[in-house]
Design a protein around this ligand. Structure first.
Ligand SMILES: [Zn+2]
Length: 253
């Protein structure tokens, strides 16, 4: 693909999920990988304030310094849950199914009541802003799962962007900012790996008409060489025809 065929009206938004001191070594490696494929600092980190109640950002000064340095280099910092673990009971059967099957129990913001959702969003945003020294405009729920209370809380608190599997929207106004299925990878079992490899391989053609393509990577994807190879291939092909972009640019910020 020649530079002349690059359509700069089309964008790709790349996100790195589960940014927590638990995965520090993997994250350093992934950050270098993203640099090597040509993204530089133009991607988004989804940061978890206290992963599984065991990895509080507050207590990891080296990790905080790294986040600040990456933010200074242009990486967008997005709040990603608070504990990243689902501790609610989900009374409705359909919700219970969603929580178990889709997330392996990490759909933290699916069953939370509104006061608790607000509390975690406020605390998480304040913490992350204090670490990186700039405003945090967006939130992505763990496993992309939002309950009604979480959706209301995001709007009340003025978040400028959020996303699920299907779209990016502005919680403050309700406006849709982009609509297309996210390209992501699963590393939990052979069947899921095969499924995500197949989707990734057809995504470039299937998503060609989309103004915005989103590609999400998780730390454990990089434990699996087949996934690393496919993520490398997919990113290079998307970047040949699309401009890397941040969520906040979709939100006009
Ligand atoms: Zn996550």
């Amino acid at each position: 693909m020649t530079a002349g065929k690059r359509d700069f009206g089309k964008r790709i938004v790349v996100s790195l999920h589960d940014v927590t001191p638990r995965h520090f070594e993997r994250l350093l490696r992934i950050d270098r990988f993203l640099e090597n494929v040509g993204l530089g600092g133009c991607y988004s980190m989804l940061v978890v304030p206290n992963f599984w109640y065991r990895w509080p950002l507050r207590e990891h000064r080296d990790f905080q310094a790294w986040l600040r340095a990456r933010s200074d280099a242009g990486v967008e910092m997005v709040l990603h849950g608070y504990h990243h673990v689902d501790e609610t009971s989900h009374p409705a059967a359909a919700t219970r199914w969603k929580a178990r099957v889709l997330t392996a129990g990490e759909g933290e913001f699916l069953g939370l009541g509104e006061p608790e959702a607000i509390r975690r969003l406020v605390l998480g945003r304040e913490l992350l802003e204090s670490i990186v020294g700039r405003p945090v405009l967006g939130f992505v729920a763990p496993a992309w799962l939002y309950g009604h209370a979480a959706l209301r809380a995001l709007g009340q608190l003025g978040f400028r962007f959020a996303e699920d599997h299907w779209r990016v929207w502005c919680p403050r106004t309700g406006a849709t900012l982009a609509r297309s299925p996210v390209v992501s990878y699963a590393s939990r079992s052979s069947a899921r790996i095969a499924g995500s490899l197949a989707w990734s391989r057809v995504a470039r053609a299937a998503l060609a008409p989309a103004r915005v393509v989103r590609l999400a990577v998780h730390p454990h994807d990089f434990d699996e060489s087949r996934l690393v190879g496919e993520i490398d291939r997919a990113l290079r092909r998307f970047l040949a025809v699309r401009r890397p972009s941040l969520y906040r640019e979709l939100a006009g910020q």
